[in-house]
Design a protein. Structure first.
Length: 499
């Protein structure tokens, strides 16, 4: 039975990731995405980038038939609310309505709390701080755009389930090398309740799906445009190199000062000493690294230098193959790098790590709840690991997608071919390992990775990758036009300016 497959992309205005976009398409397996994708980064746990730039509109606007609410229904509230500033000191914000978007009020407190999130991000990034009036004005415009888009998402049936929100939070925690409980503790320390944070995550996921459907899926790149892009890229790649690095990451909590680095530096020094004494880098990475690639021995894969962080490429610039470099510090912690390989770039090929995996999919229904599906797949996993059942046989008997007849076999696939929630779990598995049951938009999965290999992209795959890169570049203009259109159809009323 064929079901739709989606292209879940990263919004260009939120994440400037060259390889991060993909379009919705149909597939028999209901999982795959075409093209390349970039690993997500979790630099800040509790806030997100602005959803868009100010359109510069003011006053009342819009064509939506919904009339504005009466001021009697939305009386100004002079209650006092608090928000955390600089981590510990509480500041009181007078709470009153500053704008109304399609019957949804935006309060002074909301604007100030979001503005405070942005200030914290700017401080972490060392960016210059804007004047307060400009920050509050831009933040208000950001919230207006969000409210208008959330209304459209609600009216057109976009729903993000509680399980999807929970899985997204777990992903954020894992990318920052902390537990979900530690994430919640950080949220509380930054002045938010857990429910507020969950709602914020749900809103961002909803907005992402809306933008994917309304904007990215409509950005078209022809084969001719893709070929022209590849030809230009080939000219500029004559002297480029391919680099294969492995890493051991010693995670350092956010906010750790240089004076508090001692224990982490000692651990890094111990790792380097073991390597000098002949220890195997891959084994040390498997047992000590806190990066997601630790189960693969820390191998990050053969790729163009431009696809590694500049922090890494600068550190290994003069290093020879087989040389260990580090530790070097990033926002995630301390990295010890091994230069595994250097090659002159082949203008006709790009190498990626491909994964051969299989899965069993159960779709919750009136007869099968999501919890029951989880429990059934957890039982399958126990039986397989004890040798009491065969994965392929169970997939043929129970899996509810087109791969069932092949024992759940998904074949060899390059990064970015599956929906992010599926690929994130698959990417952490070592060959032969089976993950705990996980939930995607298609149902509940039991995933096993069979093997991995380095492989060059085919011409078709290179064209697809070029198309995604060009789509990302064209997205900003398309997104800005769409954003103005959504804003223009919303009823917007400005009240008192935020303070």
């Amino acid at each position: 039975m064929n079901i739709n497959k989606y292209k879940l992309t990263r919004v260009a205005l939120l994440m400037a990731s060259l390889w991060g976009s993909s379009l919705m398409q149909a597939t028999g397996q209901g999982l795959k995405l075409q093209g390349m994708s970039a690993p997500a980064a979790g630099a800040n746990l509790t806030s997100t980038q602005p959803v868009g730039q100010s359109s510069g509109a003011s006053g009342k606007s819009g064509l939506r038939a919904t009339p504005p609410p009466s001021t009697g229904d939305l009386k100004t509230q002079e209650e006092s609310s608090s928000a955390v500033v600089d981590g510990n000191v509480e500041k009181e914000y007078s709470d009153f309505i500053v704008a109304i978007v399609d019957s949804e009020p935006i309060t002074n407190r909301e604007v100030n709390q979001r503005a405070q999130d942005h200030l914290e991000q700017m401080k972490q990034q060392g960016a210059p701080l804007p004047p307060k009036e400009a920050l509050l004005s831009n933040t208000l415009e950001e919230l207006i755009l969000e409210k208008a888009q959330l209304t459209l998402a609600r009216e057109t049936g976009i729903i993000v389930s509680d399980d999807e929100v929970l899985q997204a939070q777990r992903g954020i925690a894992e990318r920052n090398a902390i537990t979900l409980e530690q994430l919640y503790a950080q949220v509380n320390r930054q002045g938010q309740s857990i429910e507020q944070y969950k709602n914020r995550v749900r809103q961002q996921m909803t907005l992402q799906r809306l933008r994917d459907r309304e904007v990215m899926s409509k950005v078209r790149i022809s084969d001719l445009e893709a070929d022209q892009f590849l030809a230009e890229q080939k000219k500029g790649a004559a002297t480029s190199q391919l680099l294969n690095l492995s890493q051991i990451l010693i995670a350092v909590p956010d906010g750790t000062s240089d004076s508090q680095l001692g224990p982490y530096q000692s651990k890094a020094a111990d790792m380097i000493q073991k390597l000098k004494s002949g220890a195997d880098f891959a084994e040390l990475a498997k047992s000590n690294s806190e990066a997601l690639d630790s189960k693969n021995g820390g191998v990050m894969g053969l790729r163009p230098e431009s696809r590694y962080p500049s922090l890494f490429t600068n550190a290994v610039k003069s290093a020879k193959v087989g040389q260990v470099v580090g530790p070097i510090r990033s926002g995630a912690g301390l990295h010890i790098l091994l230069v595994s390989d250097r090659q002159q770039a082949d203008n006709e090929a790009t190498y990626v790590t491909q994964t051969h995996a299989r899965h069993i999919l159960l779709r919750p229904s009136g007869q099968l709840s999501q919890n029951s599906a989880r429990a059934q797949l957890a039982d399958f996993k126990r039986r397989i690991e004890r040798g009491e059942a065969d994965f392929a046989s169970l997939a043929k008997q129970y899996s509810q997608d087109a791969s069932a007849s092949a024992g759940g076999d998904l074949g060899w696939e390059s990064p970015g071919q599956f929906v992010p929630e599926f690929e994130a779990v698959m990417g952490k598995l070592s060959p032969g390992e089976i993950a705990d049951p996980m939930v995607s938009r298609f149902g509940v999965h039991l995933i096993q990775v069979l093997e991995r290999k380095q492989a060059p992209l085919s011409l078709k795959e290179r064209r697809d990758a070029a198309r995604k890169m060009m789509q990302e570049r064209k997205f900003e203009e398309s997104y800005s036009n769409w954003e103005r259109e959504v804003r223009g159809h919303a009823f917007i009323e400005y009240r008192d300016a935020p303070v």
